[in-house]
Design a protein around this ligand. Structure first.
Ligand SMILES: [Zn+2]
Length: 222
């Protein structure tokens, strides 16, 4: 992705995985061939690859650099998580290499916004070190929606898998390290980065607004 500029703010995408790699029959439990055929002309070629019969799905982090802060929005699936396919796959170093190629180190990250707490949006939150999951970004505050966090905490308490494992490995260590900010719908970091509640895909999914010099971008990641 080319860099997007919103006033004084830049936005870059760091890719973990992209390209056509999932069949809609495997992705949507209620897949219907007739409905698929009807919408196919709108999906080709940007979202569906007819040759392979697979959808384009991108796991990516948005790197938002404001005059004051370096921010990540969502953290893909991460490394060493032991997830079943398709969430574990070779080549995870691409994500790290693309971040570093922007000139951004783990230590420079000030905030990590998680639009929601699913497996493919929280992975790089933590890193396995000496058998323990620790925050990957040592100087960052992580923004989790308070009620989204509570829902997955309850699933974890019930022993539900896989959401319990995602909570335990990707979210709980951040709170235990004192690096989480559990926020409400109206959270605003400052006058440049705010949330809009967009529940549905997950209990308290949020979009991230970016404002600068009269321009406005919305990160709408699911
Ligand atoms: Zn999701």
């Amino acid at each position: 992705m080319r860099q997007i500029r919103i006033g004084d703010i830049t936005i870059d995408a760091v890719i973990e995985r992209e390209g056509p790699w999932r069949r809609p029959q495997d992705f949507f439990p209620a897949y219907n061939e007739a409905v698929f055929r009807r919408h196919l002309p709108d999906m080709e070629p940007e979202f569906f690859d007819t040759a392979s019969g697979k959808m384009f799905i991108t796991y990516q982090t948005f790197v938002v650099r404001t005059p004051r802060h370096t921010i990540l929005v969502d953290t893909c699936t991460g490394e060493d998580k032991g997830h079943p396919p398709p969430f574990d796959f070779p080549g995870k170093e691409r994500w790290r290499n693309e971040l570093f190629a922007l000139g951004v180190s783990f230590e420079q990250i000030d905030y990590v916004f998680c639009t929601h707490l699913h497996i493919d949006h929280t992975g790089w939150n933590t890193t396995l070190r000496d058998g323990r999951w620790v925050p990957t970004f040592p100087n960052a505050k992580y923004i989790f929606h308070k009620r989204e966090y509570a829902v997955w905490e309850a699933e974890y308490a019930k022993g539900a898998e896989p959401p319990g494992k995602v909570f335990r490995d990707n979210c709980l260590p951040i709170v235990e390290a004192g690096q989480a900010l559990l926020v409400n719908d109206d959270y605003a970091l400052d006058d440049t980065v705010t949330l809009t509640p967009t529940p549905g895909h997950s209990p308290c999914h949020c979009c991230v607004n970016i404002f600068s010099k009269g321009q406005h971008a919305v990160v709408a990641a699911i």
